[in-house]
Design a protein around this ligand. Structure first.
Ligand code: HEM
Length: 142
């Protein structure tokens, strides 16, 4: 999967908006995930999932920062996320269907916070991008 120059611009442009707010955007995306798709909470039974918790901010920040790493390596996402891919495949073994749910929650969060920037074309680019990130993270399942 490759990205056109227009898609790359849409992805990195939105990343620049998100980058200063990784923890809060990530926490909200996780909260939306757990509210809309409660079955995903099973992976996080050791977390405090209350609104605004430290766990949501800390983990949300890690997830969004990893997405930022991918956004900065659009031509080499596989190698940029290789360690994370090992972790999700070998240790966490998250059901692959859950990645679509998190991608959806991230996009809703971006749309709420950046309504003028997150237009239909930018969303299409981000949907493709998050699909690629997800496929990398489930690529080592055996
Ligand atoms: C851990 C990123 C999808 C469940 C992590 C970590 C990152 C990350 C950066 C921390 C790794 C570390 O501490 O070294 C991502 C990204 C995703 C994604 C970028 C997709 C865009 C998912 C999904 C689930 C999930 C869909 C389950 C619904 C977990 C769990 C941990 C984890 C349970 C370990 C949490 C802990 O105990 O600290 N992920 N993840 N991830 N992820 Fe993912």
């Amino acid at each position: 999967m490759t990205f056109s120059e227009a898609e790359k611009a849409a992805i990195t442009g939105m990343w620049a908006k998100i980058a200063p707010h990784t923890d809060s955007i990530g926490a909200e995306a996780l909260e939306r995930l757990f509210c809309c798709f409660p079955q995903t909470k099973t992976y996080f039974s050791h977390f405090d999932l209350c609104h605004g918790s430290k766990d949501l901010h800390s983990h949300g920040g890690k997830v969004v920062k990893a997405i930022g790493t991918a956004a900065q390596h659009l031509d080499s996402i596989d190698s940029a996320l290789s360690t994370l891919s090992d972790l999700h495949a070998q240790k966490l073994r998250v059901d692959p269907g859950n990645f679509r749910l998190l991608s959806h929650s991230i996009q809703v969060t971006m749309a709420v916070h950046f309504p003028n920037d997150f237009n239909a074309c930018t969303q299409a680019a981000w949907d493709k991008f998050l699909c690629k990130v997800s496929s990398v993270l489930v690529s080592k399942y055996r």
